[in-house]
Ligand binder design. Structure first.
Ligand code: PLP
Length: 439
């Protein structure tokens, strides 16, 4: 099919057929909602293969990927070192449901990278890591209330699916159906980057707050950096009130350094949640912290937490192999240098167009319009309606971005300078296409 410019338009026929079949047997056709491309056209690409930074879809279209399985694939897909470790692991059997020495190796690695983590337990996803950390925080402090921030995402456990404005004294409602109001009564959601709101919450709910949970760099409402002093404030006020500070580093963990955002900002959270990168492309997460807190977990303590496939031998060996790559002293240095090249281009493009581009580490997001963006309400004020057309244009240019205006984009060590030139050309082209709509 030809476009109006005479360019050959990519076929997505096989993906469309797969979606049609999927819709009959899988709710919404997908196993995780954002994959359905609802923010775009409801026509997701079905992927059959990935290598390096390239996704190949069922129609044999190739995309340079800046979603990277939502930040997982930091070393690129199918890295030979990880692949070899996985092959070896499979030879030994894929699960035993009992302890293995590799789990100890992975735990030793994590505790050596994260000074705040003295003990760590493996789970199967980021959601599970956070859910378990919350239970532990409540048991440890003997308090119930969890303070979170609007627009931060911590997985889909009941207590954390709370929309802005809900809380003890306000509308007690969940952002999901099926969660009884009683369950979200104990969750407060405040504006990100608002120190005063946090101080006031601690005054109001004096002695009732068990934990403050935060994405130290918010990456689930587009990318929003913490304002200077915000994280320190959370650390101080939590400590002063005997509440735990939980860093949800499911995205930031291992993303721009071995010790995550806590290493970067020099903060010592009481508990840390990891996911994505730590599983090396397999379903794994982890939560950890001070030994005195972690020792409250069963079997030594009264807080129950378990998992048939937790610490799965294949996932653990993929995780170890991935961390081995990241431990190379040049890994993050190269990634940083590489991202600087993309960043410079992005900043030039930002000058030329009516967009606001945020970057942190090697992550970025693009907001439509010129705005100061520090919180979820600021994001909502941007022109998210333009995203669908922008996204479709980028896809046509062979670029796969995270398919939602509220997500963050990533690079991997497999991305090249040529990729970044191509990306920026595609970006400019796509912004030109949509710019008439908002100049
Ligand atoms: N926490 C953060 C910061 C996340 O971004 C996510 C998922 O994107 C989660 C928790 C939940 O992780 P999972 O999707 O592995 O359950």
């Amino acid at each position: 099919m030809l476009t109006t410019t005479g360019k050959l338009m990519m076929s997505r026929e096989k993906s469309a057929l797969a979606m049609e079949r999927a819709r009959k047997v899988i709710p919404g056709g997908v196993n995780s909602p954002v994959r359905a491309f609802k923010a775009i056209d409801g026509k997701p690409v079905f992927i059959k293969k990935a290598r390096g930074n390239v996704l190949l879809d069922e129609d044999n279209n190739r995309f340079t990927d800046y979603c990277l399985s939502w930040g997982v694939a930091i070393t690129g897909y199918n890295h030979p070192h990880v692949r070899a470790a996985v092959h070896e692991a499979i030879e030994d059997g894929t699960t035993y449901g009992t302890a293995t020495e590799y789990e100890v190796v992975l735990a030793e690695k994590i505790t050596s990278h994260y000074p705040s983590v003295e003990k760590v337990r493996m789970v199967n996803s980021g959601t599970e890591a956070v859910m378990s950390a919350i239970r532990l925080a409540r048991a440890y402090t003997g308090k119930h209330i969890i303070l979170k921030f609007d627009g931060c995402y911590h997985g889909h456990s009941d207590s954390l699916l709370v929309s802005a404005g809900s809380g003890l004294a306000e509308t007690k409602s969940s952002s999901s159906g099926g969660v009884p109001d009683k369950l979200v009564e104990y969750t407060l959601s405040l504006p990100f980057n608002n120190e005063l709101a946090v101080t006031k919450a601690f005054e109001k709910y004096h002695n009732q707050i068990a934990a403050v949970i935060v994405e130290p760099v918010a990456a689930n409402m587009g990318l929003i950096n913490p304002r200077e002093g915000f994280l320190k404030h959370l650390e101080k006020i939590s400590r002063a009130n005997k509440a735990l500070l939980i860093f949800d580093e499911v995205i930031t963990g291992y993303r721009f350094g071995l010790s995550g955002a806590q290493g970067f900002f020099n903060i010592t959270p009481d508990l840390t949640c990891l996911g994505k990168i730590v599983g090396g492309g397999f379903p794994a997460g982890a939560f950890g912290g001070k030994a005195s807190i972690m020792d409250m977990l069963a079997p030594d303590g009264p807080v129950y937490q378990a998992g048939t496939l937790s610490g799965n031998p294949v996932a653990v060996r993929a995780g170890i192999a991935t961390l081995e790559l990241l431990e190379d002293k040049d890994f993050y240095r190269h990634l940083d240098m590489s991202f600087q090249i993309l960043r410079e281009r992005l900043m030039e493009t930002e000058q030329e167009f009516n967009v606001t581009i945020h970057t942190f580490g090697n992550m970025f997001s693009i907001f439509f319009g010129k705005h100061l963006i520090h919180s979820f309400s600021d994001v909502v004020n941007t022109n998210t309606a333009l995203f669908a057309e922008f996204y479709k244009s980028m896809l046509e240019e062979g670029i796969y971005l995270s398919p939602s205006p509220f997500e963050t984009h990533f690079i991997s060590s497999a991305h090249t300078i040529q990729n970044f030139s191509d990306f920026n050309d595609a970006l400019k082209k796509s912004l030109k296409k949509i710019s008439v709509k908002y100049e």
